[in-house]
Ligand binder design. Sequence first.
Ligand SMILES: [Zn+2]
Length: 271
Amino acid sequence: MPELPEVETIVRGLRSRIVGTTIEGATVRLARMAIPPAHASFDRAIGGELVTGVTRRGKYVVVRLGSGRSVVTSLRMTGRLVVARRGAPEHPATHLVLHLAGDAELRFSDVRTFGRMRLVEPDYAWDALLGVEPLSADFTPQALAGMLAERTTPIKVLLLDQRRIAGIGNIYACEALWEARIRPSRPARALTKPAVTRLHGAIVDVLQRAIASRGTSVDDYVDAEGRRGSFQNALAVYGRAGQPCRRCVKGRIVRILLGQRGTWWCRRCQR
Ligand SMILES: [Zn+2]
């Protein structure tokens, strides 16, 4: 599932390819993946728009348009946004295509079909419920401490709450907690001040390293050019059940369920 580093990688790829291009129209093959739904309404709404920028908010790709509107895409489980030449072989689950001037297409494919591409009016605060961006100046150890205070929720479950911190999903929550040597099931309020500071640093560090590796491809994720990332080779715990801990060596990585999500950690060095 694409998280902040994967979405950031896609956004950077799109930025260099589609900014300054006009969207000539859209083909919607699966109505529910477009908002407004159905081919005719989405095509009519978006045709003729100039792409003025591409940004990221949490796990959302935001394509800014000349009219002030935006196209906001959530990739959810298996969504892909890939720029390709018209006529080039396409992913079998391509459900929505934006036709760009020249001979390019922005293809939105999604095997599970939970993803959505939504046209948003300029004055609509679609992201009002999203929390702080973890790579912004607003995300400080003090801000993180404020989120955890008085909360009995397991720290790992809280890290996944997009209303508090936007962009962290299962992979990077597990990795950041390992890096900070914190047990994922620990009640948020039980973290000491040094632990909160370690966790803050670990979140920023793991996200930045993953972006530098162009994301983690353990499932369907590819970037805007259709290439896989490489951070899967650097994962410390995620998906490594039964394998030795890369830090304490004697510990083995275990997988437990926390808030119904698979959670990987080292029983020996995460306290
Ligand atoms: Zn360990």
